[in-house]
Design a protein around this ligand. Structure first.
Ligand SMILES: [Zn+2]
Length: 350
């Protein structure tokens, strides 16, 4: 097994979170796998199995009361937890396996079994709050992984990049007052769940370590590339993370049925290349992505394929020469710089 390889966490248990006719359903994963197989990427990946996260590991992020309540609700047959979030009898176990999938991915990266890893898991996580499920999410997988990295491996600067169409309000809430996790999110300024304002920059010792980049809908590949170049790349260089985690939601894909951005697989490739360069330069390559949203079945598969393509082999710069960003996106970036110039020297210049 090459040490310069990319791990993929997957297990059929992730199909057992039965959401009926809900847009977040098992076929998201089977279709993604089919696209990866057809594109030849699957054969180049090191297959990693998940384990169940323990209740204690999940309780580093979630309250015991919520964990017990979710377990008993599922045991009793499941149903609707809120207007958006459905669970089946197996969902509690599947959610533990989703969080545990990330933990195994992290262990594999830390132990050097693989250089990078992607966890193709569901249910997704970034809306889940410490005390409740929200927005299709049961446990906040990426937050549980960040806590685990802090506690097991003593990593004291973790960068979480969240490029899902929706703001990861749960992840923001968990780390809002902490400098040890830098949360960077691009998201729709107007979409669900209505959080993620640019002036929400963290509090107390965490001030400056929560970077929200709310964007107008219809932002596309060049726009996200511009945001990454102008904000994420310089800030990450100044922060110098020891680990990079990615909340990889591909619902910014232009044909996604519930979102409104204009990204293509090429745009996801650009973002994936950028986070890889950050991880390679500062974190010894340590990079773990996890699936969040993405509801256009074939498009999700193509976007995940574009991400893995940037993570599997030698570093390359994807795509065509850049076109300029939209004026509204330049304005959004200027607003982020105004809020954060006092916290980051690299943003103070202009
Ligand atoms: Zn989303």
């Amino acid at each position: 097994m090459s040490s310069k390889s990319l791990g993929l966490v997957y297990d059929p248990i992730y199909l057992e979170h039965d959401t009926g006719g809900h847009v977040e359903h098992a076929q998201r994963l089977t279709e993604t796998l089919a696209v990866l197989e057809a594109g030849g990427a699957a054969q180049r990946l090191v297959k990693l199995s998940p384990r169940a996260a323990t209740a204690e590991e999940v309780a580093q992020v979630h309250t015991h009361a919520y964990i017990e309540q979710l377990a008993s609700f599922c045991r009793a047959g499941g149903g609707r937890l809120d207007p958006d979030t459905v669970v089946s009898p197996r969902s509690f176990q599947v959610a533990l396996a989703a969080a545990g999938g990330l933990l195994n991915a992290l262990d594999a990266v830390q132990e050097g079994t693989v250089t990078r890893a992607f966890a193709l898991v569901r249910p997704p996580g970034h809306h889940a709050l410490p005390h409740k499920a929200m927005g299709f999410c049961l446990f906040n997988n990426v937050a549980v992984a960040a806590r685990y990295a802090e506690q097991k491996y003593g990593i004291d600067r973790i960068l979480i990049v969240d490029w899902d169409y929706h703001h990861g309000n749960g992840t923001e809430a968990v780390f809002y007052a902490e400098p040890g996790v830098l949360y960077f999110s691009t998201h729709s300024a107007t979409g669900y769940p209505g959080t993620g304002r640019v002036d929400r920059a963290g509090e107390g010792p965490g001030e400056g370590f929560n970077i929200n980049v709310p964007l107008p809908d219809l932002a596309g590949d060049e726009d996200f590339g511009y945001v990454f170049d102008e904000i994420l790349v310089p800030v990450a260089a100044e922060y110098s993370p020891g680990l990079v985690l990615v909340s990889a939601g591909q619902d910014g894909y232009r044909r996604d049925p519930i979102a409104g951005m204009d990204l293509t697989p090429r745009g996801y490739g650009l973002m994936a290349a950028a986070v890889r360069r950050i991880a390679d330069r500062f974190a010894g390559g340590r990079l773990v992505g996890c699936l969040e949203g993405g509801y256009h079945l074939h498009g999700l598969g193509q976007c995940v394929g574009a991400i893995l393509e940037q993570w599997v082999g030698k570093e390359e710069r994807p795509g065509d020469p850049r076109r300029p960003a939209k004026p509204e996106v330049e304005a959004a970036v200027a607003a982020v710089k105004r809020v954060h110039r006092g916290y980051w020297r690299c943003l103070a210049g202009d």
